[in-house]
Design a binder for this molecule. Structure first.
Ligand code: NAD
Length: 254
């Protein structure tokens, strides 16, 4: 019960295969009370079904591209809870055509969208969460190795993840004096709704399985346990870092 009595907001649940849902589950299993947001009404149905497994969850609509929706969701959180102990950012999007072929042909609009949804949303949510974290808190964002290395077809999302990880460092510096920690969790490749939009994703999975030191794909529960470490008091000395839960893949040259 590492998170007994703690309250957290999890952003990015789409369905039962979502990394955000695995994190929500492990936090709930460790005693946390959760608020989940859903991007739109279509996904809201899934999120409501999943949330039925949680004790006393809060459900809020929030499209991170819309400042008003962010404001409304946090006003509701403030009204219902008055405080927040942790925040999980597990959101990314780029138009499909930008996630295949060359990076050099990325359009200005596709670049803007990827940065807005996948990177800017983190400081936007941290800003909204800050007044609720007067007693300190922990924020994590999900990232991927494509921020540091060139991965086939990851393209504009790799650039957005680089911005996300740099944002983590700047936010950690701003918010550290308030007792708020901010970290990125870089997960190995997992089959989800978002990753299915990346061209040739199955060969990325194959390469990982064959070359990661642990010679297997990363499981949702392993990523969730990494999140539990960073979100709970176990991670109290860690901020501004990108922690890899990737079976060691990121250390390999091939
Ligand atoms: P997912 O499709 O389950 O989750 C992505 C979420 O982003 C969805 O819930 C979707 O609703 C949300 N989203 C997209 N645009 C949004 C918007 N405008 N407003 C609000 N929400 C929006 O896929 P996932 O793989 O679980 O992705 C979660 C995070 O993990 C992402 O940041 C992703 O880049 C990261 N990640 C995934 C992998 C992987 O291989 N699956 C690896 C490393 C990191």
């Amino acid at each position: 019960m590492l998170m007994k009595g703690m309250r957290g907001l999890v952003v990015g649940v789409a369905n039962k295969r979502s990394i955000a849902w695995a994190i929500a589950r492990v936090c709930a299993d460790n005693g946390a009370q959760l608020a989940l947001t859903y991007q739109n009404e279509r996904l809201g149905e899934n999120v409501r079904d999943l949330a039925a497994e949680l004790e006393n969850p809060l459900l809020l609509p929030m499209d991170v591209a819309d400042d008003n929706q962010i404001k409304t969701a946090f006003e509701e959180l403030s009204k219902q809870w008055g405080k927040l102990d942790f925040l999980v950012h597990a959101v990314a999007y780029a138009p499909r055509q930008a996630l295949e072929g060359d990076f050099v042909s990325t359009t200005r609009e596709d670049f803007r969208i990827a940065q807005d949804i996948s990177a800017y949303s983190l400081p936007a949510l941290a800003y909204a969460a800050k007044p609720l974290m007067a007693e300190g808190g922990s924020i994590i964002a999900l990232s991927y190795l494509g921020s540091q290395r060139v991965m086939p077809n990851y393209n504009v999302m790799g650039v957005a993840k680089a911005a996300l990880e740099a944002s983590v460092r700047y936010l950690a510096s701003d918010l550290g004096p308030l007792g708020i920690r901010v970290n990125a969790l870089s997960a190995g490749p997992i089959k989800t709704l978002a990753s299915s939009g990346i061209g040739g994703f199955s060969s990325i999975l194959d390469h990982h399985r064959n070359h990661a030191p642990l010679r297997k794909l990363v499981e949702l529960e392993e990523v969730a346990d990494g999140a539990l470490f960073l979100l709970s008091p176990m991670g109290r000395g860690v901020t501004g870092q990108t922690i890899y839960v990737d079976g060691g893949y990121s250390i390999m040259a091939i």
